[in-house]
Unconditional design. Structure first.
Length: 321
């Protein structure tokens, strides 16, 4: 695989074009305006090829989310809720800990904390007023641990301490991801049961948050909010080569040089040229504030629907406010 930065298993699979990958299966489904892609890494062969752990990676793509389509947002939330329920297999008495990863002071990285602020938390209600709610609600707790630069403590260490204390049956993490396609920013949601390594998509890998490190199952939900500048330049060169090949420019020296370079060589050259000037530059849309706000509401809605199926809309709103 190229050194292209991406957290999406779907994009890692796309780098292989139509070629089959041993140890990896893929299935597509969906409805109007929503595409669901299920990538399953089956064994060590697939793990090595994809650069990701064995497990399920389910991607929801809904380009219409950029247009603030309320009907589409609700349908995406319900699709997300169904996928969470499918992966979690929760019981009525299960306790779920929802964790918003990321830096709330940096807008493209504030997705996790934004989602947590709209989660229906009920652990305290189950503990202190159990007769009032009975079995209508599932025990849910939530927090945002911040990042290493704010706390001086690895996020995984903070989370491990909380997990050991409150003993949840499941941890759901939400984090901002990196993509290699601008059109996927804030319109794509990835759900996986393999945990997460915060910051890996932008080359800032921290301690992993997995079922092995925490001792409980982990479902990771992520949305791409940034794209690596080198990746954008690489794709631009690819488009240029394609355009030149369709014109009468095939005899030009420039075209011949680019055509004779493989993808890895092109990527390495671009990285070498740009590094002195932009180093680890990542790009995010100028309207990222609004995009984060909207997609955070969709994700929190999906999580609440999955974790609290016994509550009505009115009851959820009362518990939130």
């Amino acid at each position: 695989m190229l050194g292209i930065r991406t957290d999406l298993a779907l994009e890692a699979r796309e780098l292989y074009k139509e070629r089959e990958i041993p140890g990896v299966s893929i299935r597509e489904e969906g409805e109007e305006g929503i595409k669901i892609t299920r990538v399953k890494i089956l064994d060590e062969r697939g793990e090595k090829a994809m650069g990701k752990p064995v497990g399920d990676y389910i991607t929801i793509e809904a380009p219409g989310l950029l247009e603030r389509d309320l009907d589409l947002e609700e349908r995406v939330a319900k699709v997300l809720a169904n996928i969470i329920s499918e992966l979690a297999q929760l019981k009525k008495d299960s306790h779920v800990l929802v964790v918003g990863l990321g830096n709330w002071n940096v807008t493209p990285d504030a997705l996790g904390p934004r989602v947590v602020s709209n989660i229906v938390v009920t652990r305290h209600l189950k503990e202190y007023v159990p007769l009032q709610f009975g079995d209508e609600i599932r025990s849910v707790s939530a927090f945002s641990p911040g990042v290493l630069g704010i706390t001086g403590i690895e996020t995984a260490e903070i989370l491990k301490g909380v997990v050991d204390r409150v003993k949840p049956d499941l941890v759901i993490t939400i984090d901002a991801l990196a993509s290699r396609r601008l059109e996927r920013l804030s319109t794509t949601i990835q759900i996986s049961n393999t945990g997460i390594s915060p910051g890996s998509g932008v080359g800032n890998r921290r301690l992993s948050i997995t079922s092995e490190s925490l001792g409980v199952p982990v479902i990771a939900i992520g949305v791409p909010t940034v794209v690596d500048a080198v990746t954008i330049a690489h794709d631009t060169i690819e488009y240029l080569v394609k355009e030149l090949s369709e014109q009468t420019s095939k005899e030009s020296v420039f075209y011949k040089v680019l055509e004779n370079m493989n993808k890895q060589e092109k990527y390495s050259l671009i990285e070498e040229v740009l590094s002195p000037y932009v180093q680890n530059l990542v790009v995010t849309p100028k309207e990222i504030d609004l995009l984060i706000k909207n997609i955070a509401l969709v994700i929190s809605r999906g999580i609440n629907l999955a974790l609290q199926p016994g509550l009505t809309e009115k009851e959820m709103n009362q518990l939130l406010h």
